[in-house]
Design a protein around this ligand. Structure first.
Ligand code: NAP
Length: 314
């Protein structure tokens, strides 16, 4: 079968199309014929060697955590899926595995039936960012109508889920995005929008109960200027040092720094499925064929788009 692999850390040029043996499955696994894989920033952070501590430096490496496809075979312990089911899922260890291939063998506990009314490209866009958004929502605790929430970097994959989950809760959200994203942020439920190319939200006099930084460019130290005395800063892009320092910091201040480390589970996917059944929209900005995987990553890494980028495997 064909697969995408790389033999050294680097830019998109290290991505190669290779021939590999079709994987075999363990008793608790399913073999998926992959139809779509969505791109996440984590893919290129790993590929560039920024996550070496967790990914290790053993090659070849594969890429693409989120997938959708058709079940080709199931292990004897698998009861909730059968050959021919349309499914979506995520690889178990995204630091070491990847789904950008014709077939992928994965733990059945991380594979779910695809909602019928969405495409394979949309389904492949759910697990990583959907789970992260649902986890962020849990960390926010009780949201009252007067709770003021700022989402910075609001119209990428993560923001798309988070804004719409918050909308379903009736939250008061200010979304910060580039000019292209403003209309989407409004459509996805933001009460106010700020164009970061024109206005610096840190220079505004408004303060918030919750600040979520999905761009990684604001940081807790800066965000404190626009946080209320008792408030939360949610950080899904922590540096290793942030984990212990946030715990110590939080003992001495009402402005809490909370790190988000999410991990997909059937419980969270059920929550997302209900939200999708209500009205949560999944925007796929652009779909690339498998042969243009390198171009897909170049496009994704440049930024400046709304929603998700997907590679389809014919
Ligand atoms: N901890 C976890 O479990 C977890 C899970 C999933 C994702 N993440 C991380 O969360 C982050 C967001 O994920 P994503 O998939 O949504 O990424 P994304 O699609 O790349 O979205 C990032 C957004 O930030 C915006 N942005 C860039 N510069 C900005 C600035 N100066 N001010 C405000 N916004 C700015 C971008 O807009 P433009 O492109 O228009 O500039 C883009 O919409 C990533 O770093 C990802 O690795 C963490």
């Amino acid at each position: 079968m064909k697969a995408i692999a790389y033999q050294k850390f680097g830019n998109t040029e290290v991505l190669q199309t290779v021939k590999e043996t079709k994987p075999s499955i363990q008793p608790n696994q399913v073999l998926i014929k992959v139809k779509a894989v969505s791109i996440n920033p984590m893919d290129w952070k790993i590929r560039k060697g920024e996550m070496k501590l967790m990914s290790g430096s053993k090659f070849p490496k594969h890429t693409g955590a989120d997938f959708a496809g058709i079940v080709e075979a199931v292990g004897p312990e698998v009861t909730h899926l059968k050959k021919g089911d349309a499914v979506f899922g995520v690889v178990k260890n995204l630091m070491k595995e990847g789904a950008l291939a014709e077939y992928v063998a994965v733990s059945a506990s991380l594979v779910w039936k695809k909602p019928e009314h969405i495409s394979f490209a949309q389904a492949a866009s759910i697990p990583v960012v959907g789970t992260a958004a649902a986890t962020a929502l849990q960390k926010m605790g009780t949201i009252k109508p007067q709770t003021k929430i700022l989402v910075n970097g609001a119209t990428g994959g993560f923001g798309m889920f988070l804004l719409q989950l918050l909308k379903q809760k009736g939250a008061d959200v200010t979304a910060v995005s580039s000019t292209k994203g403003l209309a989407y942020a409004q459509k996805w439920g933001a009460s106010n929008v700020i164009d970061y190319t024109k206005v610096d939200v840190l220079e505004e006099s408004i303060t918030y109960d919750i600040v979520v930084d999905l761009s990684g460019k604001m940081g807790y130290a800066n965000a404190k200027r626009i946080m209320k005395p008792k408030s939360l800063f949610l950080n899904p892009i922590p540096q290793p040092i942030d984990i212990p320092t946030s715990l110590i910091n939080n003992l001495f201040t009402g402005k809490k720094h909370v790190v988000i480390l999410s991990s997909p589970s059937s419980k969270i996917i059920d929550t997302l499925r209900s939200a999708i059944d209500k009205d949560l929209q999944i925007e796929v900005n652009k779909v690339f064929p498998f042969e243009q995987t390198m171009e897909a990553y170049q496009y994704a890494e440049k930024g400046g788009y709304v929603g998700k980028i997907v590679v389809e495997i014919g």
